[in-house]
Design a protein around this ligand. Structure first.
Ligand SMILES: NC(=O)c1ccc[n+]([C@@H]2O[C@H](COP(=O)([O-])OP(=O)(O)OC[C@H]3O[C@@H](n4cnc5c(N)ncnc54)[C@H](OP(=O)(O)O)[C@@H]3O)[C@@H](O)[C@H]2O)c1
Length: 283
């Protein structure tokens, strides 16, 4: 089904989103603060609106992808939103999403917040995911159109859920990056080939270890941190060993030390018999 859709914000991500919607056959109206960025999309069939108000008037679904929530408020200030679904895919914090949902609601609009789990090059390709939260009727009405940009997953009617899950997934990635950077620094200190280490050893190991995560989720939900895998005392000793090895290799363990601190704190509470998932109680 071909929809009328407006896209506000034609940075790297907004341009990719708009292009995917045009490609899928939707009638796309675009607006950007710097109008020249609309030219390539107009060449593909988009209509360029002169103002945000014109863009919002053109379509019942308004996708917003700007720098931050302040720029979204600035852009939509004074624009009538009655009868519009505003899908704000700008990255933000859960508290900002709650405020934005109320702000749009006061102006008569229906609100969806979104978290884009992709880079622009992934949009409209397998592997791209956009998380949505907020108005369920709005999501169901446009689910098919959203699917042109990326797999669309609805995460609940609290508008803050998509940005919270977005941040949680990024947090997981940063943890993996921190460990991987330390691992690469350690391997480089021994002059072992980094590509071989990465592709043949580290990636398969990380994938295998990811199988632990559902078990952690279960333990944390149950609040039961007994373990038959490895207890915190073993991990405390393992960390001491690791940090010493780093020092002996002349590599700083800076990105590893925070988890050591939390393990030590938990053990000092007399909980050395618990498993690693219990560390969540320290956070
Ligand atoms: N790029 C990614 O890989 C990626 C991945 C996931 C999520 N995101 C999120 O997507 C959003 C956009 O990212 P991007 O990569 O497209 O950034 P970008 O290329 O820097 O584009 C920023 C956009 O915001 C507009 N803008 C900035 N300040 C504005 C203001 N005060 N009023 C009106 N418009 C304003 C810019 O307009 P001008 O063209 O006039 O400067 C431009 O359209 C961000 O929230 C980002 O976190 C990006």
């Amino acid at each position: 089904m071909s929809e009328n859709i407006s896209v506000l914000g034609l940075g790297l991500m907004g341009t990719a989103l708009a292009a995917s919607l045009i490609e899928a056959g939707h009638h796309v109206t675009v607006w950007n603060r710097t109008p020249a960025k609309a030219d390539p999309l107009v060449a593909k069939g988009a209509t360029c609106a002169a103002t945000p108000a014109q863009a919002v008037e053109a379509s019942p679904l308004v996708i917003v992808c700007l720098l931050d929530y302040a720029s979204v408020l600035e852009t939509l200030e004074g624009v009538p939103l009655a009868g519009r679904v505003v899908a704000n895919l700008t990255t933000g914090r859960p508290a900002e999403a709650r405020e934005m949902a109320a702000w749009v609601g006061e102006r008569g609009g229906d609100y969806l917040d979104g978290g884009i789990m992709a880079v622009p090059q992934m949009i409209a390709h397998p592997g791209a995911l956009i998380l949505y939260s907020g108005s369920q009727p709005a999501f169901e009405r446009y689910e098919q159109a959203f699917g042109a940009m990326a797999a669309a997953r609805y995460t609940g009617d609290d508008p803050d859920m998509a940005p919270l899950l977005d941040l949680a997934m990024l947090t997981g990635t940063y943890g993996q990056m921190a460990g991987s950077l330390e691992a690469l620094a350690l391997v480089r200190s021994a002059k072992y080939p980094l590509m071989e280490f990465t592709t043949e050893l580290l990636i398969p190991w990380l994938n295998a270890m990811a199988a632990m995560l559902p078990r952690w989720a279960e333990e944390i939900e149950a609040g039961d941190y007994r373990t038959d895998v490895s207890n915190l005392e073993i991990n405390r000793a393992g960390m001491e060993n690791l940090v010493r090895a780093f020092e002996e290799q002349g590599v700083k363990p800076d990105l590893l030390l925070p988890i050591k601190t939390v393990i030590d704190r938990r053990v000092a509470r007399g909980l050395a018999h618990e498993g690693l998932s219990g560390l969540v109680e320290e956070l």
